[in-house]
Design a protein around this ligand. Structure first.
Ligand code: HEM
Length: 136
């Protein structure tokens, strides 16, 4: 599956006004479906939510710049090894992220948009997972 960057950008633009709610939904979804990962995160997630949101914005802004994207994701992966995150946690995070985007994107969501986001997250998980494994 190739990434349709137009669909990714359009759906991200649609959820952008709801940033805080999207990340709050994401954490709720993740902890509901995978309660075991709750302990890895700080009790209060406010700051964390903002940083996750900024990282998503940076990924979407750099979709066409492979070098930038790989640089961002490799740095994130290395730091995450220090947070106790493991590559096997990545699919759960991806599923909750897509659920949160789908929930807020409204008409900008479609089967094609979802497939493109899944492909974007495939790049995220591959690159972060490799960096985590190398650092861990
Ligand atoms: C493997 C599953 C993941 C786990 C268990 C996890 C866990 C964490 C934890 C515990 C922190 C807090 C560090 C602190 O104490 O400040 C953190 C920070 C952060 N996470 Fe994750 N995370 C995961 C995946 C991701 C993914 C896929 C992204 C982005 C697409 C992401 C983006 C961030 C960002 C931007 C920060 C702020 C700190 C930094 O940039 O290093 N995380 N994560």
């Amino acid at each position: 599956m190739t990434i349709d960057t137009v669909l990714v950008k359009q759906s991200f633009a649609a959820v952008e006004p709801h940033g805080t709610e999207v990340t709050a939904y994401f954490y709720r979804h993740l902890f509901e479906h995978h309660p075991g990962v709750r302990g890895l995160f700080a009790e209060h997630l406010d700051e964390q939510q903002d940083r996750l949101w900024e990282a998503l914005g940076a990924l979407v802004a750099n979709l066409e710049s492979t070098d930038e994207l790989v640089g961002i994701l490799t740095g994130l992966g290395r730091r995450h090894a220090g947070y106790g995150a493991l590559p096997e946690h990545l699919p759960a995070v991806g599923a909750s992220l897509i659920a949160a985007l789908r929930h807020y994107a409204g008409d900008a969501w479609s089967t094609e948009a979802e497939a493109s986001w899944a492909a974007v997250y495939g790049v995220v998980a591959d690159t972060m997972g490799r960096a985590m494994a190398a650092a861990g």
